[in-house]
Design a protein around this ligand. Structure first.
Ligand code: PMM
Length: 283
């Protein structure tokens, strides 16, 4: 999943794709680099960002969704507003990506249910005015898994079909570096909920922290693409459905190599994986 942020202020690429023609061209470039779908967003979700109003979000997003869909691109719309989701679906979006998992706008779940669209439910503990708040956990993996499990129940109750629900751990949203790393390390726990999982680590703060160590200033967002590709490979190996990234080329390569290695693993099972060898090994 390639990211097209049609915003002046997203933390890693704000302002770069802030007009329709440039944004559509960027989406097409990401498809050429190997993206299977493009996530179009018109509102920055970075901590402390002020919300854009509905009219402005529609003005940013709809022409880009329409332009990319007209080119045959599978488009997801990254929005917390039901009205933006609804208009985007009409304009050709195939999927709704809501970082609030339907919590920010009570009309979101009915809109997605009516459209029969796939819905990305991200783990979210509320708006982040004033910084990265509400990020205290005794056991982050269990709590995020349980809270997402509860959101799944709510969206199913709201009429979205179970096979349309995609889950996302919400890296960096009310989470610190240790929380983000734990969620990636134990992606299996989220996968055990039985839904496809989307991982959106791209250029995020925790990567900067890992690269810099505890005392040095983190490298800027655009210097975190190699680290992002490493997470993409690990997420693919763990069984993620998709990874949401800004630099598609590196991730597409990382995922391709991961797949090839997985195939080689199947072709060369460990002695303990096969009955005949296993029996021999015990003799
Ligand atoms: N993160 C951002 C925006 N949208 N959507 C999902 N599903 N998951 C995320 O973690 C997520 C998202 C913020 O990152 P950006 O400013 O680079 O787009």
């Amino acid at each position: 999943m390639g990211v097209v942020n049609v915003t002046p202020d997203s933390f890693s690429d704000g302002g770069r794709w802030f007009d329709t023609t440039t944004a559509v061209k960027h989406g097409l470039d990401l498809v050429a680099q190997g993206a299977d779908l493009i996530d179009v967003g018109g509102e920055s979700t970075r901590p402390g960002a002020t919300r854009v109003d509905e009219a402005e979000e529609l003005k940013r997003v709809i022409p880009v969704v329409r332009g990319l869909a007209a080119e045959g691109v599978t488009v997801s719309v990254d929005t917390m507003r039901a009205s933006v989701a609804e208009r985007s679906l009409v304009a050709g979006a195939a999927l709704v990506n809501d970082v609030s998992g339907g919590l920010a706008d009570p009309a979101m779940i009915p809109v997605v249910a009516d459209a029969g669209a796939p819905f990305v439910v991200m783990h979210w503990r509320g708006f982040l005015e004033g910084g990265n708040v509400k990020g205290s956990y005794a056991d982050v993996v269990t709590e995020v898994t349980d809270e997402l499990h509860a959101r799944v129940a709510a969206v199913l109750e709201g009429g979205i079909a179970a096979d349309r629900v995609i889950l996302d751990p919400g890296l960096g949203f009310s989470k610190d570096t240790g929380h983000d790393l734990a969620l990636i390390a134990r992606l299996d726990r989220l996968l055990d909920l039985g839904h496809p999982v989307l991982v959106a680590a791209s250029r995020k703060r925790f990567l900067g922290r890992v690269l810099a160590g505890p005392d040095a200033p983190p490298p800027p967002a655009r210097e975190r693409d190699a680290a992002t590709a490493a997470v993409s490979a690990l997420a693919a190996q763990a069984g993620a459905w998709a990874v949401r990234v800004h630099d598609v080329r590196a991730t597409a390569d990382a995922v391709r190599v991961t797949r090839a290695i997985e195939q080689a693993r199947t072709a060369h099972p460990a002695p303990s994986d096969s009955g005949a060898h296993g029996a021999e090994g015990t003799r």
